[in-house]
Design a protein around this ligand. Structure first.
Ligand code: ZN
Length: 245
């Protein structure tokens, strides 16, 4: 197990958010970066986001939006704004980023950690937002730590003594990483946070210190909004970024 790992998810082609997060990550000098998927969809800058994650992340999963853009999922299952942006993304995605997305899978496993874009029950579509979904996530996995993305809401859930503790994890939340405990953690979203905090989210796993900490970083939201509008993508996708919904 690497000593310190930065975990990111749901970048959604928001280049200014990704840049701010990578700068914050660099100042912590982690051993590795892991990404839980959805590099593209919704946002205006799919190519640099894919290229940057490809260069930097030791592990990266495929998300439902990545698979939708590639044509591996039917766009009929997506919301209308997501369909518009997925079609637009197909048209602008260059060969290398496309090949990178095609190489990704929605799950991964390393020593001590199972990773899913969405959940162990359904790695592509299921949201871990209820106690029932969290219980299923613990039941269907074996490793002490389970990482999920997809909901765009940072989450820290601990199982122990037959009860579950935790919930939404705003900036500054810390969870104990020790050998005995089982955790489900969601880092939140880099490019389209939905917990009411518009700042980009990421998670630092520090095995040496025995602690996971939830981080937020401000980025120039208005620059991404301008890019969304310049490309003629739905205005609601720009508006929601300012409110973190
Ligand atoms: Zn997503």
């Amino acid at each position: 197990m690497a000593g310190r790992v930065a975990v990111i998810s749901d970048v959604h082609a928001n280049w200014h958010a990704l840049r701010a997060v990578l700068e914050a990550i660099d100042s912590e000098e982690p051993d590795e970066i892991w990404c839980l998927g959805d590099l593209v969809g919704y946002g205006p800058r799919p190519n640099p986001c894919c290229e940057s994650v490809r260069e930097r992340a030791a592990v990266c999963l495929a998300g439902n939006h990545d698979l939708g853009v590639l044509g591996q999922l039917d766009l009929e299952e997506f919301a209308p704004d997501a369909v518009v942006s997925a079609r637009w993304t197909r048209g602008v995605l260059r060969d290398e980023p496309r090949a990178y997305l095609e190489s990704l899978k929605p799950t991964a496993r390393t020593a001590g950690v199972e990773l899913f874009h969405a959940s162990p029950r359904d790695p592509v579509w299921d949201y871990v937002l209820s106690a029932e979904a969290a219980e299923a996530a613990f039941e269907l996995t074996e490793e002490p730590l389970v990482l999920v993305g997809h909901s765009h809401v940072p989450l820290a859930l601990a199982a122990g003594n037959g009860a579950m503790a935790g919930g939404v994890a705003p900036e500054g939340t810390e969870a104990e990483l020790d050998a005995g405990a089982r955790l489900v953690l969601n880092p939140g979203s880099v490019g389209q946070p939905r917990d009411g905090d518009p700042r980009a989210a990421w998670l630092l796993l520090d095995y040496g210190a025995g602690r996971a900490s939830f981080r937020r970083v401000a980025y120039p939201v208005e620059r991404t909004q301008e890019e969304i509008r310049e490309r003629g993508l739905p205005d609601a996708l720009a508006e929601r970024l300012a409110r973190g919904i």
